[in-house]
Ligand binder design. Structure first.
Ligand SMILES: Nc1ncnc2c1ncn2[C@@H]1O[C@H](COP(=O)(O)OP(=O)(O)OP(=O)(O)O)[C@@H](O)[C@H]1O
Ligand SMILES: [Mg+2]
Length: 206
């Protein structure tokens, strides 16, 4: 099996499922965690990822199809999405894509889902759609504070990984987000982002 990514939490392989090219994501053991807690966390994240990836399709978000879940060895077989990772795209095209990412983030929030790892490494652009992946840290939550955490992380990623196009990208992201959630809610979440930033641990991102 060809390894796609060795992550901190999971290894991702190119594999095959029922003759279809697929992605196999296996959550690894964390030795520093107490073993029964570790098992519980890996099981919970595996199940949650599979459930939420499928659930969000019902409100028009493109995500990989789930082929098979094995919560005993913490693995998921899913559709291989052929496309380009947004993080690796030409800088020039990042701002435009951020408009779409903002709309997707807004749609998720409006439907009570926070992504939990909203970064440009978790979006794949195919010839037709922008796919969202990696729902291992996603949650069902209507809490504005949780939604603000998604936005704050995305802003931080723009600032660190896409610094040259940060301003335009963030502006577009907000425009897209506002399209989905409306002016009032968008304003509220942006205020909460400022609150998070003012908590010291985080520096304000301009
Ligand atoms: N369905 C998929 N189709 C194509 N490529 C994928 C797919 N799923 C994952 N990948 C590739 O593998 C990388 C890692 O996958 P993913 O983001 O799910 O894992 P991770 O970030 O290690 O996970 P986690 O944050 O849950 O620890 C992605 O950035 C992407 O390049
Ligand atoms: Mg990821």
């Amino acid at each position: 099996m060809k390894i796609l990514k060795k992550g901190a939490e999971a290894d991702v392989y190119i594999s095959s499922w029922n003759g279809k090219k697929s992605v196999l994501k296996i959550r690894k053991e964390k030795k520093y965690r107490n073993s029964s807690l570790d098992t519980r966390i890996r099981k919970q994240r595996t199940i949650r990822e599979a459930q939420i990836i499928s659930y969000v399709k019902s409100f028009g978000i493109s995500t990989p199809l789930i082929y098979f879940v094995n919560y005993k060895n913490f693995s998921i077989y899913m559709q291989y999405v052929k496309g380009k990772l947004i993080r690796d795209m030409d800088e020039k095209s990042i701002p435009k894509t951020c408009l779409q990412i903002g709309m997707i983030a807004g749609t998720l929030h409006q439907n009570g889902i926070m992504h939990g790892d909203l970064t440009t490494s978790n979006f794949i652009l195919t010839s037709k759609h922008l796919f969202v992946i990696d729902f291992g840290l996603a949650n069902r939550t209507e809490k504005p504070d949780d939604h603000a955490v998604d936005l704050r992380l995305f802003k931080e990623i723009l600032n660190s990984v896409h610094a040259n196009v940060m301003k335009k990208s963030w502006k577009n992201f907000i425009t897209g987000y506002e399209k989905s959630v409306g002016k009032k809610y968008c304003k509220k979440i942006l205020e909460l982002v400022s609150v998070i930033e003012s908590r010291g641990r985080y520096a304000t991102v301009v």
